[in-house]
Design a protein around this ligand. Sequence first.
Ligand SMILES: CC(C)(COP(=O)(O)OP(=O)(O)OC[C@H]1O[C@@H](n2cnc3c(N)ncnc32)[C@H](O)[C@@H]1OP(=O)(O)O)[C@@H](O)C(=O)NCCC(=O)NCCS
Length: 179
Amino acid sequence: MESLKMLTGDLVRLRPLEPEDADALYRWHNDDEVMRWLQSYFHESLAGLRKRLADRQENSHEKVTLCIETLEERKPIGIVALRDADPINARAKVDIYIGEREYWGGGYGTDALRRVCRYGFETMRLHSIELTVVEANERAIKSYQKIGFQVDGRLRQAFFRDGQWYDELLMCVLADELT
Ligand SMILES: CC(C)(COP(=O)(O)OP(=O)(O)OC[C@H]1O[C@@H](n2cnc3c(N)ncnc32)[C@H](O)[C@@H]1OP(=O)(O)O)[C@@H](O)C(=O)NCCC(=O)NCCS
């Protein structure tokens, strides 16, 4: 049986967030390139972030937030979260980002997403997992398609950034579609 404490993929290991992760998260959240296609309304102080991490609820069926670490060096490089799990429809949402830019394009995010989706399907007994992505975020869309996500819908002009509206795509993977 797999443990929630540690999920291991081919390139990454996923573990619960710790208060010590605050500094890395603060750096990632203040990197405009990382945040470019992510919803981020307000700047958060380092003290606020530290407090939020120290006070946060333990992972549960409703929300599983995990730190993505490289398998070899155990370097924290990003976050992945399964949230809003609906037990009747066995459906949940997923969010992911790699905050350490030098790891983009190296397959780490794709591996982490595949691993957490497998956890969602096999252990949480979900039937489908969905996400939204800005249509202009081509690398992310390609990553999601590589593991079986399909476009199920379009949210027109749902994302506003730097004076411009962008469409968002609703993407979804069913349990038997994950590759
Ligand atoms: C989106 C993200 C999680 C993808 O993870 P990743 O590990 O970088 O993804 P991969 O390395 O598997 O790359 C995915 C595909 O995009 C391609 N790609 C890489 N850079 C690209 C670029 N600038 N434009 C278009 N495609 C690109 C890769 O070639 C790869 O396809 P391939 O394996 O067929 O060659 C990660 O890049 C990230 O966190 N980006 C910043 C934050 C973000 O956008 N989060 C998602 C919000 S919805």
